[in-house]
Design a protein around this ligand. Structure first.
Ligand code: ADP
Ligand code: MG
Length: 173
């Protein structure tokens, strides 16, 4: 694996689909730097406020977009994890993690999420909102949906690595 070939990956998906688990493992396997969008937003104060209904911060796109553009361009090998932000022409590959709603509900119940937040996320998954947001912002050729429910995180990482091998082989050289 060449540490010199640039590779910028974006892992997104509804809450509970496994973004953090998959990205943490994958960044080790591919020698990428892990960057969590929510952590960055909180650290830098890139938010407009708090959405009580969604129980999440409202990201200030005007602040975060130029910051990330500069930062990601400098980093070269990075994996950003989070919801969709309008960052065009930056990522080599965008993975939308998917999860069967029965599995997703169980995961969110285990996290002790309130029922309305669980239902909001289930609805988002049924409507495949993250994928449709992604194709609105990015070139659809670079967006791939991967189910992370039946099999382990390791299997999901293997599937992503085989996509990288097919389309971005220099990253693994
Ligand atoms: N492939 C998988 N098989 C079983 N459990 C998983 C899998 N992927 C993630 N999980 C579990 O699902 C929960 C949500 O995963 P997490 O990575 O926190 O999702 P997200 O970051 O998208 O909210 C965690 O408890 C995690 O351990
Ligand atoms: Mg997470």
């Amino acid at each position: 694996m060449s540490p010199h070939s640039p590779f910028r990956l974006y892992i997104t998906g509804v809450t509970g689909t496994g973004k953090t688990s998959v990205a943490k493992k994958l960044t080790k396997l591919l020698s990428l730097e892990y960057l969590d969008l929510n952590t960055l937003v909180l650290e830098k104060g890139f938010y407009l406020g708090y959405d009580i209904n969604r129980d999440s911060v409202i990201i200030d796109d005007d602040l975060i977009t130029p910051y990330l553009e500069t930062m990601i361009t400098k980093k070269r090998r990075i994996c950003l994890v989070g919801g969709i932000i309008p960052l065009k022409n930056v990522f080599d590959l965008i993975i939308v993690l998917r999860c069967h709603v029965d599995v997703l509900r169980q995961r969110l119940i285990s996290r002790n999420y309130p029922e309305d937040k669980i239902e909001a996320n289930i609805e988002a998954e049924i409507m495949n909102i993250v994928y449709y947001e992604a194709i609105e912002f990015f070139s659809d050729q670079n967006i791939i949906e991967i189910y992370n429910d039946k099999y382990s995180v390791d299997v999901t990482c293997d599937q992503i690595i085989s996509i990288v091998r097919q389309h971005h082989s220099s990253v693994l050289e």
